[in-house]
Design a protein around this ligand. Structure first.
Ligand code: SF4
Ligand code: SF4
Length: 235
């Protein structure tokens, strides 16, 4: 069959041919090299931009130099140094300000200038974005909105070249990334249940966190993406 949707998530462990540079020949029918080679080519051409190329190159070198030795904090420091950045930003959850203090001090100890903005900056009431009182965490109380667009604006005004997200919520982080002028990376992804280790829900999706599945959970793992399901045995 002819696939129209790239679906690397279904690539069998025995294939994953891109790792050997052989996806053109050995990739499955839903491989990007088969479904959208033009997309791969357009993506590749974007590395002709000198800045994009520099970031990609520095990232690859940081990955290899510190492989399984550097923490993510150290990787961020090294990436910023290799790119010649002077000014870094921290976009922090208000609950993580103490950790932002530690991070800011670490970054300063490496010679960077650091700006930081908490998500509640401005203290704007949630009602201003149409959140009703009964939709708040604690109805009947004053709750300031999380303000990631303002966080990004403040760090943009400060001239931050690389912004580090510290515990912003789902969606709030999305708005921050969308509005940040500088590059942005996540140090901590907010997950209140899993101690900010969201991958736990995937590792334990068949056991303790089986509740993450929707009503159409298959009885056994699918071998094909949706377009090729007719080839699957019924589940
Ligand atoms: S790019 Fe192709 S070969 Fe690589 S994981 Fe995706 S489908 Fe598999
Ligand atoms: S909305 Fe999210 S980022 Fe903002 S204070 Fe609450 S938990 Fe922190």
């Amino acid at each position: 069959m002819t696939y129209r949707t790239v679906s690397c998530a279904y690539c069998p462990p025995t294939v994953r041919a891109c790792r050997q540079g052989e996806s053109d020949t050995r990739g499955p029918g839903f491989c990007p090299s088969k479904v959208d080679p033009g997309g791969v080519a357009v993506g590749s051409s974007r590395y002709d931009d000198p800045f994009v190329r520099d970031v990609a190159q520095a990232s690859a070198i940081v990955e290899s130099e510190g492989y399984c030795r550097w923490t993510r904090v150290e990787e961020i420091v090294q990436l910023a140094k290799r790119l010649g950045f002077r000014k870094l930003g921290i976009a922090t959850c208000i609950s993580f300000v103490d950790l932002a203090h530690t991070l800011s001090a670490i970054l300063e100890s490496h010679g960077f200038e650091v700006a930081s903005a908490a998500c509640k900056n401005g203290g704007v009431a949630k009602e201003s974005i149409g959140v009703r009182d009964d939709q708040k965490i604690r109805p009947g109380t004053y709750e300031p909105m999380c303000n990631p667009v303002s966080q990004a604006t403040l760090l943009n005004h400060a001239g931050c070249q690389l912004n580090i997200v510290l515990g912003l919520c789902v969606g709030h982080d999305s708005l921050f990334f969308k509005h940040s002028d500088g590059l942005a990376t996540t140090l901590v992804a907010k997950d209140r249940v899993l101690a900010h280790n969201p991958i736990g829900a995937l590792h334990l999706a068949d056991t303790y966190y089986a509740r993450v599945w929707g009503p159409d959970r298959p009885a056994k793992p699918r071998s094909q993406p949706a377009e090729g399901r007719s080839n699957d045995s019924p589940s």
